[in-house]
Write a protein that binds this ligand. Structure first.
Ligand code: KE4
Length: 425
């Protein structure tokens, strides 16, 4: 019997959906998830000995590739001296210096243990700093599972078809206003009506949780101007894009300065890490220097800092991002050619290190267009690729990720598998 199947049977009895995070459960693509027992470079290896070229990389952190020697060595070396002290340690100072140095808008930063903690803390801080309560987010964006965000959210919630979660009190959900992404007029109208009662607007500068949607030229600048005009704290949620789409993230790529930013994934190198930071006058309000409370037992622990610092160090290599962008372009152009040759309606979106696959004949630049693409066709393609040892995100509403370990031969192997898969649709 398949070890994957046996493991999933046990898991289903013990964990909701048999998983510790919904998107892993294959519920939207059908079938059962496989269980990874090992990963190396761009490869995952499952419990039945199957090898996959992995285009998820743990949903973003593994930008160097899995089990990168310098990261493993840093974790091993640091762990030998103790795992968590509960008192300050030098590595969290080095991490703070590294983030502040690399992200122009970051004057102060606080380490936490997940992207969700980072975004939850950032909006509490924005509400505490402004004395206002309303939050603006965009349909399809996902900012972790904090109550205020689970309104028309993306990622696993879209995958499960429950974009607004039960369990969030309407008194709180009503404080979350949602906008269509890339819609200039809708944003102007909302701010004209409610601008002075809004504490904060949080946005994925590049949407990676409703598949992949890029900002229209000027859209992020438009949000920056609206927030400045109405005294609204602009939060860039860079948990996914931070240090992926470029050295400092999307805010450097698009040259926009948010008031606060959130990070996660890559800055932890695969260990549980998140961070929020930004303007000093705002961050000074965080306990214990200010009254806005936030805390965490394992925040800044040395092992997680070591994994993140080793990862961020490797990203300093001058041609790291140009190479990653070239790989991303090679993959997306090749997939579009393979689909066209097979007569399949298919388009892609991409930015350095991230891509989105859409079974539609139009370019996708809104949530509505992403939702209108053919998810059934995506599911068939997903399984046709999985059978050939290529693992794309198990949901039509997730972005894909590349790493430095995805070499040209692997991408060509992926494209050869895609030619077979597109023809089978
Ligand atoms: P975590 O709490 O999962 O570390 O981060 C939440 C989060 C916040 N902001 C953005 C922009 C994010 O993409 C995420 C988490 N991303 C998903 C992938 N779509 C994590 C995968 C999962 O939920 O298992």
């Amino acid at each position: 019997m398949s070890q994957n199947h046996a493991l999933f049977a046990r898991a289903l009895n013990l964990m909701p959906g048999g998983v510790n995070s919904p998107v892993r459960a294959f519920q939207s693509v059908g079938g059962e998830p496989f269980f990874a027992v090992r990963a190396e470079g761009a490869y995952l290896f499952d419990a039945d000995g199957q090898r996959y070229i992995d285009y998820i990389g743990s949903w973003g952190p593994m930008i160097l590739g899995h089990a990168h020697p310098s990261v493993i060595a840093a974790v091993t070396r640091t762990a030998a001296d103790g795992l968590s002290f509960g008192v300050p340690n030098p590595l969290e100072v080095t991490m703070a210096e590294t983030l502040v140095e690399r992200v122009p808008g970051l004057e102060m930063v606080r380490m936490v243990n997940s992207g969700t903690e980072a975004t939850m803390s950032a909006i509490r801080l924005a509400r505490g700093f402004t004395g206002r309560s309303r939050l603006v987010k965009f349909e399809g964006c996902y900012h972790g599972h904090g109550d205020s965000f689970l309104v028309k959210a993306g990622s696993g919630m879209l995958t499960l078809g429950v974009p607004t979660s039960p369990g969030v009190p309407s008194a709180l959900a009503d404080l979350t206003l949602t906008l269509p992404y890339n819609d200039f007029d809708a944003a102007s109208k909302l701010f004209a009506e409610h601008g002075d009662s809004i504490a904060t607007l949080i946005v994925e500068p590049i949407v990676g949780n409703a598949n992949l949607i890029l900002p229209r030229p000027g859209f992020l600048q438009h949000l920056r101007e609206l927030c400045t005009r109405h005294g609204v704290i602009l939060i860039f949620d860079e948990v996914m894009t931070g240090f992926r789409v470029g050295f400092g993230g999307a805010q450097v790529l698009y040259d926009i300065r948010p008031d606060l930013s959130t990070f996660g994934k890559i800055i932890g190198g695969g260990m549980p890490v998140g961070a929020y930071g930004g303007r000093r006058d705002i961050m000074q309000k965080v306990a214990p220097s200010g009254p806005v409370y936030q805390a965490g037992t394992l925040s800044g622990n040395p092992v997680a800092m070591a994994a993140g610092l080793a990862t961020l160090e490797a990203l300093k290599e001058p041609d790291f991002y140009p190479r990653l962008l070239a790989s991303t372009e090679r993959l997306c152009a090749g997939l579009e050619r393979a689909a066209a040759d097979a007569g399949v309606a298919f388009t892609t979106n991409h930015v350095c290190g991230m891509f989105g696959l859409f079974f539609t004949d139009q370019r996708v630049d809104t949530y509505a267009k992403a939702m209108a693409s053919d998810s059934r066709q995506f599911n068939r393609f997903f399984h046709a690729m999985l059978k050939q040892g290529v693992y794309f995100a198990p949901s039509a509403y997730e972005a894909g990720f590349l790493s430095a370990a995805h070499d040209p031969a692997m991408i060509d192997a992926t494209l050869a598998a895609a030619r077979v898969a597109f023809k089978s649709l």
